[in-house]
Design a protein around this ligand. Sequence first.
Ligand SMILES: *Cc1c(COP(=O)(O)O)cnc(C)c1O
Length: 388
Amino acid sequence: MSNLPSPPPVPMCDLATQYKAIQSDVEAAVLRVLSSGQVIMGPEVTGLETEVAEYCHAKFGIGCASGTDAILLALHALDIGPGDEVIIPPFTFFATVGSVVRTGATPVFADIDPRTYNIDPEQVAEKITPRTKAIMPVHLYGQCADMQPLWELSEKHNIPLIEDAAQAIGAEYHGKRVGTLGGICALSFYPSKNLGTYGDAGLITTDNPEWAAKMKAIRTHGSEQKYFHKYIGYNARIDAIQAAILRVKLPHLDKWTGQRQEAAARYDELIQDRGLDGFISRPQVMAGMRHVFNQYVIRVPGESRDALIAHFKASQVACDIYYPLPLHMQECLKYLNLGEGDFPESEAAAKCVLALPMYPDLTMEIQERVTDTLASFAKKHVRKGKAA
Ligand SMILES: *Cc1c(COP(=O)(O)O)cnc(C)c1O
């Protein structure tokens, strides 16, 4: 046995390294808020709203407490509630469906395109009814959903589109940026997102002044004028400290996105070099897409995935499953009477996907370790014919 010290564990996402690079600016921003005394709303919040809206090429930005609240406020802006239906994919983070149910509306699922894991517009077309009040595509892993056919459906049936862009700030669809690909766009600043803060925060963008005003009011107990309440709202404000931190981070976003894209290209090469293309499938970037790689997700043979994860664990290399159980099979949604077999592409994806470590500071050295871990597993298992 060698006495070499084992290399440090590889995380999914390395926030500490990024923090070191911007530490003094972040700390100055936090202190600026603390000494200003303006800790609820105020200039940091309006500054961030303007800057993110500009970044997304949208007219209005409304900061809020989380990406989940961003979706919820978007649904309320459209007056969605009991009796209404909202079409969403079953293969996404829970917040997409949880927000729909919280309004009292009924989630209606449309299966995904297995190449991109995003909602399949043909499936959406089949799910439209007179009760459909919104279609909410998710730009999963950082790649836009196929918007053109969704725009056509939206126009034909007069149904607004809400983007769940929690994982996709900066992503583009044929040159058009996330933020105005639908009528309203929900963003998340959860720490592991491409523009992440040190806590919870979110933001909504729209070009529609009425929806913007309504979401602003609902964010603060439904009041446009203090103590006069037009709507039943929430306390869903964005924290002023988080807003100040995000203003420090936003100017770095394009550089970080470029680093994610470079890391994704390196994974592609390393996987090819190691002859792993037959064993796994790499992410597919569709034509005309600016994929911002919030995650780099491969597809592995379902029957090998548990053993592969154990192998990663033993090698101290992180990996994760986004997401292991499709929404239509979640315990709390049993009342929808859906189950296994209803959305085969989502169910297959849930059994096969595996996310590899992905963050802007990912180095070639670490990526070699990740892909070596994949290769050593494939050597042991595939040649014996255990894996497909
Ligand atoms: C992260 C995420 C959300 C929720 O954002 P929070 O800020 O964590 O509330 C919603 N949808 C998707 C697809 C997400 O990845």
